[in-house]
Ligand binder design. Structure first.
Ligand code: HEC
Length: 150
C-alpha cells in the first residue's frame, strides 16, 4: 500500500509555518530596538521613603527609570522593537532617573496606577513580581502621592 499524499490543507499549513520561521530568523538582522541602554542617573525625586522607591522600581521602574531590567525577549525581534519603543516613550514622559529635568507627569502617577492604566496591560502577566499584594499596592499609592504630589 502506498502512503496517501498529505492533504493540500496540510501542505499549506506547513508552508506557512516554514515561511514564518524563516521570517523570524531574518528580522533578527534588522538593526532596530537593540539600544537597551541604561544611561547615567542624573537626578532622582525626593522619595518619601526607601520603601516607596523599592516598590516603584519593582512595578514601574523598568520603563520609567534608567534602571531597566531588559528581559531576554527584549533581545528578540519583533518583541525587541516594541519594548525599546515603550521604554523610550515612558522615559520621555516620566523618568525618575532624570529628575533634574522638568517632569510634568509625576502628579498623575498615583492616579495612573490606581485606575489600572499603568503599568501597561501586558507588563504584569510578564512580570509576576510586579503584581503587588493589596497592602503593598496601598503603600505604593500613598508613597507616590507623598513623593510626586496628587
Ligand atoms: C511596560 C512599560 C511601562 C510600565 C511598567 C509602566 N509604564 Fe507608565 N508609561 C509607559 C508608556 C509607554 C507611557 C507613555 C504612553 C502612555 O501614556 O500610555 C507611560 C506613561 C506614563 C505616565 C504619563 C501619563 C500621560 O499622561 O501620558 C505616567 C504618570 C505613568 N506612565 C506612570 C506609571 C506608573 C506609576 C507605573 C507603575 C505603577 C508605570 N507607569 C508603569 C510605559 C510603562
Amino acid at each position: 500500500m502506498t502512503p496517501s499524499k498529505p492533504s493540500p490543507m496540510r501542505r499549506w499549513l506547513k508552508r506557512i509555518v516554514v515561511t514564518l520561521a524563516v521570517l523570524l530568523v531574518l528580522i533578527q538582522a534588522i538593526p532596530e530596538g537593540r539600544d537597551h541602554s541604561n544611561p547615567p542617573v542624573t537626578g532622582e525625586p525626593a522619595w518619601d521613603s526607601p520603601r516607596t522607591r523599592a516598590l516603584f522600581m519593582t512595578t514601574c521602574g523598568d520603563c520609567h527609570s534608567h534602571e531597566t531590567r531588559w528581559p531576554w525577549y527584549s533581545h528578540v525581534a519583533p518583541a525587541s522593537w516594541l519594548v525599546q519603543q515603550d521604554v523610550e516613550e515612558a522615559r520621555r514622559k516620566f523618568n525618575v532617573s532624570s529628575w533634574n529635568l522638568s517632569q510634568r507627569h509625576g502628579t498623575e502617577a498615583a492616579h495612573e496606577y490606581e485606575s489600572g492604566e499603568m503599568p501597561l496591560w501586558f507588563y504584569l502577566p510578564l512580570h509576576p513580581s510586579a503584581n503587588l499584594s493589596d497592602d503593598e499596592r496601598d503603600e505604593l499609592l500613598a508613597g507616590m502621592r507623598a513623593t510626586f504630589g496628587d
